[in-house]
Design a protein around this ligand. Sequence first.
Ligand code: CA
Length: 232
Amino acid sequence: MSDTRILVVEDDEAIGAELVQALTSHGYRAMLARDGFACMAVVRVESPDLVLLDLGLPDVDGVSLCRGLRAAAPDAVIVVLTARTGELDVVVALDAGADDYLTKPFRLTELLARLRAHLRRRPASGERTSIEVGILRLDLLARRAYLGPSEMVLRPKEFDLLAVLTGSAGQVISRDELMTSVWDERWYGSTKTLDVHISALRRKLVFKGEPIAHINTIRGLGYRFELAAGGS
Ligand code: CA
Protein backbone atom coordinates (compact mmCIF):
# COMPACT_ATOMS: atom_id res chain seq x y z
CA MET A 1 0.00 0.00 0.00
CA SER A 2 1.28 3.46 -0.85
CA ASP A 3 1.49 6.27 1.66
CA THR A 4 -0.75 8.41 -0.47
CA ARG A 5 -3.64 9.58 1.68
CA ILE A 6 -6.94 10.39 0.06
CA LEU A 7 -9.82 11.91 1.97
CA VAL A 8 -13.28 11.30 0.55
CA VAL A 9 -15.83 13.89 1.67
CA GLU A 10 -19.22 12.50 0.77
CA ASP A 11 -22.50 12.39 2.68
CA ASP A 12 -24.08 9.68 0.52
CA GLU A 13 -23.19 6.50 2.40
CA ALA A 14 -23.30 4.18 -0.60
CA ILE A 15 -21.12 6.42 -2.80
CA GLY A 16 -18.72 7.16 0.04
CA ALA A 17 -18.25 3.49 0.91
CA GLU A 18 -17.81 2.56 -2.75
CA LEU A 19 -15.16 5.24 -3.28
CA VAL A 20 -13.22 4.29 -0.16
CA GLN A 21 -13.32 0.64 -1.12
CA ALA A 22 -12.18 1.34 -4.69
CA LEU A 23 -9.35 3.62 -3.57
CA THR A 24 -8.19 1.14 -0.94
CA SER A 25 -8.18 -1.68 -3.48
CA HIS A 26 -5.96 0.51 -5.68
CA GLY A 27 -3.43 0.88 -2.91
CA TYR A 28 -4.34 4.28 -1.49
CA ARG A 29 -4.95 5.04 2.14
CA ALA A 30 -8.52 6.23 1.93
CA MET A 31 -10.47 8.01 4.64
CA LEU A 32 -14.10 9.10 4.73
CA ALA A 33 -15.74 12.21 6.14
CA ARG A 34 -19.51 12.57 5.90
CA ASP A 35 -19.76 16.32 6.38
CA GLY A 36 -17.76 19.52 6.42
CA PHE A 37 -17.08 19.41 10.13
CA ALA A 38 -15.60 15.90 9.95
CA CYS A 39 -13.67 16.89 6.84
CA MET A 40 -11.84 19.74 8.56
CA ALA A 41 -11.18 17.58 11.62
CA VAL A 42 -9.58 14.85 9.50
CA VAL A 43 -7.57 17.36 7.46
CA ARG A 44 -5.98 18.81 10.60
CA VAL A 45 -4.89 15.40 11.86
CA GLU A 46 -4.07 13.48 8.69
CA SER A 47 -2.95 16.12 6.15
CA PRO A 48 -4.23 14.18 3.13
CA ASP A 49 -2.44 14.37 -0.21
CA LEU A 50 -5.70 14.62 -2.08
CA VAL A 51 -9.29 15.42 -1.16
CA LEU A 52 -12.28 14.23 -3.16
CA LEU A 53 -14.91 16.74 -2.22
CA ASP A 54 -18.62 16.33 -2.82
CA LEU A 55 -20.01 19.85 -3.20
CA GLY A 56 -23.47 18.95 -1.88
CA LEU A 57 -23.01 18.39 1.86
CA PRO A 58 -25.57 18.61 4.68
CA ASP A 59 -23.84 21.06 7.00
CA VAL A 60 -21.81 23.46 4.88
CA ASP A 61 -21.73 24.95 1.44
CA GLY A 62 -19.26 22.90 -0.61
CA VAL A 63 -17.61 25.93 -2.15
CA SER A 64 -16.96 27.53 1.25
CA LEU A 65 -15.58 24.23 2.49
CA CYS A 66 -13.32 24.12 -0.54
CA ARG A 67 -11.97 27.55 0.37
CA GLY A 68 -11.42 26.44 3.97
CA LEU A 69 -9.67 23.28 2.81
CA ARG A 70 -7.37 25.20 0.51
CA ALA A 71 -6.35 27.43 3.42
CA ALA A 72 -5.89 24.52 5.85
CA ALA A 73 -4.10 22.23 3.41
CA PRO A 74 -2.35 24.37 0.80
CA ASP A 75 -0.43 21.41 -0.68
CA ALA A 76 -3.35 19.02 -1.03
CA VAL A 77 -4.88 18.36 -4.42
CA ILE A 78 -8.62 19.08 -4.29
CA VAL A 79 -10.87 17.32 -6.77
CA VAL A 80 -14.49 18.40 -6.58
CA LEU A 81 -17.29 15.91 -7.21
CA THR A 82 -20.45 17.62 -8.22
CA ALA A 83 -23.92 16.63 -9.28
CA ARG A 84 -24.38 20.23 -10.29
CA THR A 85 -23.89 20.55 -13.97
CA GLY A 86 -23.97 24.32 -14.11
CA GLU A 87 -20.69 25.58 -15.49
CA LEU A 88 -20.80 28.43 -13.02
CA ASP A 89 -20.58 26.07 -10.01
CA VAL A 90 -17.47 24.50 -11.45
CA VAL A 91 -15.87 27.87 -12.11
CA VAL A 92 -16.72 29.01 -8.58
CA ALA A 93 -15.24 25.81 -7.11
CA LEU A 94 -12.05 26.19 -9.13
CA ASP A 95 -11.82 29.82 -8.00
CA ALA A 96 -12.23 28.60 -4.43
CA GLY A 97 -9.08 26.53 -4.77
CA ALA A 98 -10.16 23.23 -6.34
CA ASP A 99 -7.67 21.72 -8.79
CA ASP A 100 -10.11 19.70 -10.84
CA TYR A 101 -13.69 18.49 -10.90
CA LEU A 102 -15.75 15.52 -11.99
CA THR A 103 -19.46 15.63 -12.65
CA LYS A 104 -21.57 12.83 -11.19
CA PRO A 105 -22.14 10.22 -12.41
CA PHE A 106 -18.55 9.51 -13.39
CA ARG A 107 -16.75 6.33 -14.28
CA LEU A 108 -14.42 4.96 -11.63
CA THR A 109 -11.70 4.40 -14.23
CA GLU A 110 -11.86 8.06 -15.17
CA LEU A 111 -11.65 9.14 -11.55
CA LEU A 112 -8.64 6.90 -10.92
CA ALA A 113 -6.87 8.15 -14.04
CA ARG A 114 -7.36 11.76 -12.95
CA LEU A 115 -6.12 11.00 -9.45
CA ARG A 116 -3.00 9.32 -10.77
CA ALA A 117 -2.29 12.27 -13.03
CA HIS A 118 -2.68 14.77 -10.19
CA LEU A 119 -0.66 12.76 -7.71
CA ARG A 120 2.16 12.23 -10.17
CA ARG A 121 2.45 15.94 -10.83
CA ARG A 122 2.58 16.69 -7.17
CA PRO A 123 6.14 16.29 -5.98
CA ALA A 124 6.38 14.56 -2.62
CA SER A 125 8.61 16.20 -0.05
CA GLY A 126 12.20 15.46 -0.94
CA GLU A 127 11.35 14.86 -4.60
CA ARG A 128 12.98 17.12 -7.10
CA THR A 129 11.21 20.28 -8.11
CA SER A 130 13.41 21.20 -11.05
CA ILE A 131 15.57 19.55 -13.68
CA GLU A 132 18.59 21.20 -15.29
CA VAL A 133 20.36 19.77 -18.30
CA GLY A 134 22.77 22.16 -19.97
CA ILE A 135 20.94 25.41 -20.65
CA LEU A 136 17.58 23.64 -20.39
CA ARG A 137 15.77 24.09 -17.10
CA LEU A 138 12.40 22.67 -16.10
CA ASP A 139 10.47 24.08 -13.16
CA LEU A 140 8.36 21.06 -12.24
CA LEU A 141 6.13 22.96 -9.82
CA ALA A 142 5.27 25.79 -12.18
CA ARG A 143 5.39 23.38 -15.13
CA ARG A 144 7.49 25.80 -17.17
CA ALA A 145 10.60 25.11 -19.20
CA TYR A 146 13.39 27.51 -20.14
CA LEU A 147 16.19 27.49 -22.67
CA GLY A 148 18.65 29.88 -21.13
CA PRO A 149 16.57 32.99 -20.44
CA SER A 150 13.75 32.16 -22.88
CA GLU A 151 10.68 30.27 -21.86
CA MET A 152 9.73 27.38 -24.14
CA VAL A 153 6.20 27.25 -25.47
CA LEU A 154 5.11 23.71 -24.65
CA ARG A 155 1.79 21.95 -24.59
CA PRO A 156 1.05 20.13 -21.31
CA LYS A 157 1.91 16.67 -22.66
CA GLU A 158 5.06 18.01 -24.31
CA PHE A 159 6.16 19.32 -20.94
CA ASP A 160 5.42 15.98 -19.26
CA LEU A 161 7.32 14.11 -21.94
CA LEU A 162 10.29 16.44 -21.71
CA ALA A 163 10.32 16.05 -17.92
CA VAL A 164 10.46 12.26 -18.20
CA LEU A 165 13.15 12.34 -20.89
CA THR A 166 15.37 14.88 -19.16
CA GLY A 167 14.77 13.27 -15.76
CA SER A 168 16.69 10.28 -17.14
CA ALA A 169 18.96 12.14 -19.55
CA GLY A 170 21.51 9.85 -21.18
CA GLN A 171 19.43 6.74 -20.51
CA VAL A 172 17.18 4.83 -22.87
CA ILE A 173 13.51 5.06 -21.97
CA SER A 174 11.16 2.61 -23.63
CA ARG A 175 8.12 3.71 -25.62
CA ASP A 176 5.91 1.80 -23.18
CA GLU A 177 7.37 3.60 -20.23
CA LEU A 178 6.88 6.99 -21.90
CA MET A 179 3.30 6.18 -22.85
CA THR A 180 2.51 5.00 -19.34
CA SER A 181 4.11 7.90 -17.53
CA VAL A 182 2.89 10.67 -19.81
CA TRP A 183 -0.50 9.38 -20.98
CA ASP A 184 -1.49 7.58 -17.76
CA GLU A 185 -3.15 4.57 -19.20
CA ARG A 186 -1.73 1.49 -20.77
CA TRP A 187 -1.72 2.29 -24.43
CA TYR A 188 -3.44 -0.32 -26.54
CA GLY A 189 -3.65 1.68 -29.73
CA SER A 190 -1.13 3.42 -31.90
CA THR A 191 1.79 5.26 -30.39
CA LYS A 192 1.66 7.89 -33.11
CA THR A 193 0.80 10.46 -30.44
CA LEU A 194 4.17 9.81 -28.88
CA ASP A 195 5.99 10.28 -32.21
CA VAL A 196 4.16 13.54 -32.83
CA HIS A 197 5.15 14.89 -29.43
CA ILE A 198 8.77 13.75 -29.82
CA SER A 199 8.96 15.56 -33.19
CA ALA A 200 7.51 18.71 -31.66
CA LEU A 201 10.07 18.62 -28.85
CA ARG A 202 12.91 18.12 -31.32
CA ARG A 203 11.80 21.25 -33.17
CA LYS A 204 11.53 23.23 -29.96
CA LEU A 205 14.85 22.24 -28.38
CA VAL A 206 16.62 24.88 -30.40
CA PHE A 207 18.38 27.93 -29.01
CA LYS A 208 19.74 30.70 -31.24
CA GLY A 209 19.18 28.49 -34.28
CA GLU A 210 21.18 25.55 -32.91
CA PRO A 211 19.73 22.32 -31.51
CA ILE A 212 20.66 22.14 -27.83
CA ALA A 213 19.78 18.48 -27.42
CA HIS A 214 18.90 15.35 -29.33
CA ILE A 215 16.12 12.92 -28.63
CA ASN A 216 17.67 9.89 -30.25
CA THR A 217 15.56 7.01 -31.45
CA ILE A 218 17.14 3.79 -30.24
CA ARG A 219 15.66 1.25 -32.61
CA GLY A 220 13.60 -1.42 -30.89
CA LEU A 221 14.28 0.08 -27.46
CA GLY A 222 12.97 3.60 -27.14
CA TYR A 223 14.38 7.10 -26.86
CA ARG A 224 17.40 8.73 -25.27
CA PHE A 225 17.75 12.41 -24.45
CA GLU A 226 21.27 13.75 -24.95
CA LEU A 227 22.74 17.22 -24.96
CA ALA A 228 24.08 18.33 -28.32
CA ALA A 229 27.80 18.98 -28.56
CA GLY A 230 28.20 22.52 -27.29
CA GLY A 231 24.64 22.38 -25.93
CA SER A 232 25.83 22.93 -22.38
CA1 CA B 1 -23.98 14.96 -1.47
